[in-house]
Design a protein around this ligand. Structure first.
Ligand code: SAM
Length: 281
């Protein structure tokens, strides 16, 4: 009997994945975790039945959420990651030799332990890196209480349901601004505009209260269904979005990122928004 996993993000738009094996499932105090084996996608991590990341396409999202802000900025030393329990964002951030500290605030210790054990293809040894500062806690509380400052804040959250909901509020974005050094940049997991237009519109409106330059950039992740996905962008330095391909090349070429999606040209092109997306900003 073939088993199927039904994607639970949208009440009216269901996708199903044929499951070869349920590798693991458990519940933490925050959410239900499942690790599924798929013939084409490899391992799939779901939280509360919503796809978080898959072995075969995780590189797209994790490369674009990290290399775009870090290479646009050009002198990043400290990064704050909110969420990111699977370690994929952390792993990509740490590929940059200039990074001195990567603080990761994840609410669910179970996701980290689970990912270290079952998804090491994604996190590799990022959690053991001496530059990693892993904090188990609510990202919303952390950005409000910590006195620390960062050059880049990356919000790799679940969708605005459950524990992730508070990471899409006006107060949260204000607090993220308070955590940024001058000229720093906030990027956010901001959903698939074709499916979650209201989420992007709301995030952009909140961010505009605190940042001079608010936009987004796009990447197509096959398992975030419904078209291209938006990564929110907020900074007081509008020049970061105007960095030339030549400058990005000069920063990218000496590195060994081994990227399979990110290139300086893809970076630049990601900010070219179709009207159905730019009108939401
Ligand atoms: N890449 C995925 C996506 O785009 O949906 C998200 C990856 S990661 C698994 C999302 C993480 O956000 C989860 O580990 C979840 O526990 C964490 N999270 C949700 N709400 C949080 C909060 N308030 N503070 C910190 N982490 C949170």
């Amino acid at each position: 009997m073939t088993e199927w996993h039904e994607e639970g993000l949208y009440p009216d738009f269901r996708t199903r994945y044929k499951i070869d094996k349920v590798l693991y499932e458990s519940s933490t105090e925050h959410q239900k975790m499942r690790l599924l084996e798929h013939p084409r996608l490899g391992k799939i991590l779901t939280l509360d039945d919503v796809t978080q990341t898959t072995e075969k396409d995780e590189f797209i999202y994790h490369e674009m959420m990290t290399h775009v802000p870090i290479l646009a900025h050009g002198a990043v030393r400290r990064v704050l990651i909110i969420g990111g329990g699977d370690g994929g964002i952390l792993e990509e951030v740490l590929k940059h030799p200039g990074i001195e500290k990567a603080t990761m605030v994840e609410i669910d210790a179970g996701v980290v332990e689970f990912s270290k054990r079952y998804l090491s293809e994604i996190c590799k040894d990022a959690f053991e890196d001496p530059r990693t500062d892993l904090i188990i806690g609510d990202g919303y509380a952390f950005v409000g209480e910590s006195p620390d400052k960062y050059d880049v804040v990356i919000v790799d959250s679940t969708d605005p349901e459950g524990p992730g909901e508070i990471l899409f509020t006006r107060e949260f974005y204000k607090r993220c601004k308070d955590r940024l050094n001058a000229g720093g940049v906030l990027v956010t997991q901001n959903g698939v505009p074709f499916m979650q237009a209201a989420e992007l519109r709301s995030s952009a409106a909140h961010m505009r209260n605190f940042f001079a330059d608010v936009s987004c950039y796009l990447a197509t992740i096959p398992t975030y269904v419904g078209g291209a996905m938006a990564m929110g962008w907020a900074t007081d330095n509008p020049d970061l979005r105007k960095v030339t391909v030549e400058t990005l090349e000069a920063r990218f070429t000496p590195l060994t990122l081994n990227s399979r999606y990110y290139t300086p040209e893809v970076h630049k092109g990601a900010f070219a928004l179709p009207p159905y997306v730019s009108e939401l900003l």
